[in-house]
Design a protein around this ligand. Structure first.
Ligand code: PRP
Ligand code: MG
Length: 181
């Protein structure tokens, strides 16, 4: 199935994205002054957002690490079964204030799972940051500490978001407007 055969519309262009990410970076700068910040990027979805976000944070005292999770289910819908495909590569995170970064919170099963998983490693603190939030789809009670944009239940593609594992490289976010589910 090709995206070219679908109806789609622009949702967030690169200018809007960079402006909002700058605001998030400024806020994170203020909140983490003097702290030992460990940013954990959840792959694959957050790799582009996180790359821009960490460059909007001007602290040199920042460590980045990665974790790959996956939620089983149909391609356009997530399910409650979150699995760790690869864990962070730092053993001892007890000296870090952790910021978990993801591209989107939908049902919140992913964030709920990852926050509990990281909490077991006893960091100094844990906060969360997501670019997009779809509160209407929640199955678990969760609100990220830093949110880029709240959106309706639309199928988003580009800027890390995939359509059948493609189009993550598109530098803006668009949504597919014909019926996919
Ligand atoms: C997607 C998305 C979030 C998660 C959100 O990841 O990137 O991580 O689902 O859904 P939830 O709030 O309902 O858990 P996915 O597991 O599909 O893999 P990907 O990041 O590799 O695209
Ligand atoms: Mg993901």
């Amino acid at each position: 199935m090709n995206i070219e055969d679908r109806k789609w519309e622009m949702m967030f262009d690169s200018y809007i994205l960079s402006k909002r990410i700058k605001e998030l970076g400024d806020k994170i700068n203020q909140d983490y002054k003097g702290k030992n910040l460990l940013v954990i990027s959840l792959l694959k979805g957050s790799f582009i957002f996180c790359a821009d976000l960490v460059r909007a944070i001007d602290s040199y005292n920042l460590t980045v690490n990665f974790m790959t999770t996956s939620s089983y289910g149909r391609s356009t819908e997530s399910s409650g079964n979150v699995v760790v495909k690869s864990d962070i590569s730092i053993e001892d995170i007890s000296n870090f204030d952790v910021l978990i970064v993801d591209d989107i919170t939908d049902t919140a099963h992913t964030m709920d799972f990852v926050v509990k998983h990281i909490a077991k490693k006893n960091p100094k603190s844990i906060r969360t940051c997501v670019l997009l939030d779809k509160p209407s789809r929640r199955e678990v009670d969760f609100t990220a500490d830093y949110i880029g944009f709240e959106i309706e239940d639309k199928f988003v593609v580009g800027y890390g978001f995939d359509f059948e594992d493609r189009y993550r490289n598109v530098p803006y976010i668009f949504c597919v407007t014909d019926e996919l589910r």
